[in-house]
Design a protein around this ligand. Structure first.
Ligand SMILES: Nc1nc2c(ncn2[C@@H]2O[C@H](COP(=O)(O)OP(=O)(O)OP(=O)(O)O)[C@@H](O)[C@H]2O)c(=O)[nH]1
Ligand SMILES: [Mg+2]
Length: 459
């Protein structure tokens, strides 16, 4: 039995995805994890086995054979949650899994909440909060970059940076508070000039971290890439080709697409979220008009624009005018001429004036690699060194960093105005508090609930 945990109940959940699979894993954590499993397991006496061992046997409900299984034992604190943990690998039938789950619940385990294993791991000091959050990011990572960033955060890269900043501030906070103890005696343990330099340094680092979020967000959630253009330009055809799937309806009737259709693909490790939209035109059709309005909305919210046109239908001047009209904010944009399969060499040459134009045939899939290359270059992650740079991917961390920054501004102002020590100390403490929220030195129940309920059950 272990006594350093906060929980005295034992939780159970299916750790593998639902549906039929070769095997499924049921996981228990808590003081009774081994005892409860032992009651339904026929094989060796699990309570007498060493940690980190695996045992073959059967699971029985009052003598009725449910399955042949492998049981892995982790005796606390040498486990993910630091509690006793058992993992039962059974055959991957939903029926078997449900029967074993029922049995374990009957024997006194409780159904785990979402993320409860990881929450216990955090509460028991296995890792800090930013690392726990990275576990969820890792599970949902779907590209080389999102995987890399999540892995780095899970292994503590980001946390170390935050903790280092915090440690430096703590030092000064304690000096100033020491001065407070001396009251009227007018001693100065904390060098004000050094403190100012330190705070400016920390602010510079925070600015870098905040800047990295632009990228971090793109890495984690994909680059929202909207495909816009006139009706019949071939936008839906292009989306389908990119996705390799007949996702959107294609027809020669202009105004086919009315609502947006989106899906993700991975290009060179970057996730792009392509959004097909209603073709842009003046229309009296009520539904289509709503579609066009939404296209304009999507356009302003996206990170990257593909402007697609049918080269048989428009002139270079018209295209240029439309580009200027649609993209006044100069968001990253790739102009794409479609239907080269129908175009004469003269026609192809007629669009030479348009910057960085890519010419494709969506229907035939011609030059799609050029388009992909152009998209990757626009996102410009090439320059990024994900190995050495710390990248913030979490909105919660951004919020805490902003609060820290503001508190540090107050410290600087306070120092400039030579305000009293206790006020300066209070501002430093506020900065420390916000930094501490990131790694979880400071937590509230609400904060933890918010984080862990977004996890899957069983993790
Ligand atoms: N020849 C040729 N036809 C194409 C090409 N791409 C698309 N088309 C045809 O153009 C017509 C319109 O294609 P869609 O993909 O539905 O066009 P859209 O831009 O989504 O149109 P809306 O949804 O109405 O705005 C269809 O008949 C396609 O088969 C191409 O590269 N070459
Ligand atoms: Mg369409």
């Amino acid at each position: 039995m272990i006594n350093h945990t906060f929980n005295n109940d034992t939780i159970v959940a299916v750790a593998t995805a639902p549906g039929v699979g070769a095997i499924a894993v049921i996981r228990l954590s808590g003081p009774e994890a081994i005892t409860i499993t032992n009651e339904v397991f026929k094989g060796k006496d699990l309570s007498k086995q060493a940690s980190h061992t695996i045992h073959f046997g059967t699971i029985r409900d009052e003598g009725k054979l449910l399955d042949e299984v492998l049981v892995s034992l982790f005796v606390g604190p040498h486990s993910y949650t630091k509690e006793n943990v058992v993992e039962i690998s059974c055959h991957g039938s939903d029926y078997i899994v449900q029967q074993i789950m029922q049995l374990l619940l009957k024997k006194g385990a409780r159904l785990a909440n979402a993320g409860e294993f990881t929450k216990r791991a955090f509460l028991n000091g296995q890792f800090d909060l930013a690392q726990a959050e990275a576990v969820a990011d890792l599970i949902s990572s779907d590209s080389a970059l999102s995987h890399e960033v999540a892995m780095k955060q899970m292994r503590g890269g980001f946390s170390q940076e935050i903790k280092r900043l915090r440690a430096e501030l703590v030092h000064f906070a304690s000096m100033i508070e020491l001065e407070l103890d001396f009251g009227e005696e007018d001693v100065e343990f904390a060098d004000r000039e050094q403190l100012r330099t330190l705070i400016l340094n920390i602010q510079a680092i925070i600015r870098e971290l905040l800047k990295s979020f632009e990228l971090g967000n793109v890495i984690k959630n994909g680059v929202p890439t909207v495909i816009v253009g006139n009706p019949n330009a071939g936008k839906s055809t292009l989306l389908n080709k990119l996705l390799n799937e007949e996702k959107a309806i294609v027809s020669d009737v202009p105004g086919t697409t009315r609502d947006f259709i989106e899906d993700e693909i991975n290009i060179e490790g970057i996730t792009f979220r392509f959004i097909d939209t209603a073709g842009l035109r003046e229309t009296t059709d009520k539904v289509e008009a709503i579609g066009v309005e939404r296209t304009m909305q999507k356009l302003s919210q996206s990170s990257l624009i593909i402007y697609l046109f049918d080269m048989m239908e428009v002139t270079a001047e018209e295209v240029q005018a439309e580009l200027d009209r649609l993209n006044p904010k100069k968001l990253p944009l790739v102009a794409v001429a479609n239907k080269i399969d129908q175009a004469s060499p003269e026609k192809l040459a007629a669009f030479a004036s348009i910057d960085n134009l890519v010419q494709i045939s969506a229907a035939e899939g011609a030059n799609l690699d050029d388009l992909k290359q152009a998209l990757v270059e626009k996102v410009n992650l090439g320059k990024l060194n994900t190995q050495s740079q710390t990248i913030v991917t979490n909105l919660r961390h951004v919020d805490s960093l902003n609060k820290t920054y503001a508190a540090l501004d107050d410290v600087l102002n306070g120092l400039a105005l030579s305000i009293s020590n206790d006020l300066v100390a209070a501002d430093i403490r506020r900065a420390l508090y916000s930094l501490g929220e990131i790694t979880g030195e400071i937590t509230t129940d609400d904060l933890l609930d918010n984080i862990f309920t977004k996890f899957c059950i069983g993790k």
